[in-house]
Ligand binder design. Structure first.
Ligand SMILES: Nc1ncnc2c1ncn2[C@@H]1O[C@H](COP(=O)(O)OP(=O)(O)O)[C@@H](O)[C@H]1O
Ligand SMILES: [Mg+2]
Length: 227
């Protein structure tokens, strides 16, 4: 489903110095797999996820979805590819403050075929699965960080994308709610989704099919038993 070849990304500091973040990433994640990415804060995990989700262009190298070299596409074709393939759970949620929880979830449908009775039912079902149905009519400012995170998760999966990219999706959740989200992610993978999950939690890494550590701009495959 997802593949990268030689992805390189650096940023330029205000003083003009070049900060290398990713220096040659080759990774493949198939449907049915959960790939966990661990690494120190600042090691480039969010940058990598943004490149995988076509939110940022790499300086060099390519990203492929189902054999299509999507980094070669122009901006509007890229956003169509993103809409078709990717559900993104952002580290900072990115909920729209003027919309209720259920309306935020339905945003995903608005960009893809519109909101129908079926998508409304599906949005409510997803919110129920993560214990958020009673909060469906609440606005983001009325929700805790963990509650917003659960809404962001529902939005990411509403369209059943074949690829889910989740940036620390349990970072604000207590153990019980983290387990709910992780169970949902694993269930999606079993149903044929490719899942890439950035995480700090070792128990999360235990659920993964494969664990990578991002360090020095490179992804190193980890033996899951080695801590
Ligand atoms: N837009 C940006 N401009 C400049 N530097 C950035 C930008 N985004 C991230 N960085 C830097 O790139 C490095 C990796 O950041 P990030 O991918 O957010 O790490 P992580 O998610 O692993 O904590 C950090 O040193 C960060 O300061
Ligand atoms: Mg990050």
């Amino acid at each position: 489903m997802l593949r990268t070849t030689g992805v390189v990304k650096s940023y330029r500091s205000p003083a003009g110095a070049r900060l290398g973040v990713l220096s040659g990433i080759d990774v493949q994640v198939d449907r049915g797999e959960v790939a966990a990415i661990v690494g120190a804060s600042g090691s480039g995990k969010s940058t990598l996820l943004n490149v995988l989700g076509l939110l940022e262009r790499p300086d060099a190298g390519d990203v492929w979805y189902d054999g299509e070299r999507v980094t070669a596409l122009g901006a509007s074709a890229q956003s169509r590819a993103r809409g078709r393939f990717v559900g993104f759970v952002f580290q900072s949620f990115l909920l729209l403050s003027g919309l209720t929880a259920v309306e935020n979830v339905l945003l995903a449908a608005r960009y893809r075929g519109g909101i129908t009775r079926r998508t409304r039912d599906r949005a409510r079902q997803l919110l129920a699965e993560v214990g958020m149905l009673e909060r469906a009519a609440h606005y983001p400012t009325e929700l805790s960080g963990g509650e917003q995170q659960r809404v962001a998760f529902c939005r990411a999966v509403l369209n059943d994308p074949p690829l889910v990219l989740a940036d620390e999706p349990t970072g604000n959740l207590d153990d019980a709610n983290a387990s709910i989200i992780l169970d949902r992610l694993v269930a999606r993978a079993r149903a044929g989704t490719a899942v890439v999950l950035v995480t700090h939690r070792h128990d999360v890494a235990d659920l993964a099919s494969v664990v990578f550590r991002l360090e020095g701009g490179r992804l190193e495959r980890r033996d899951r038993l080695a801590r």
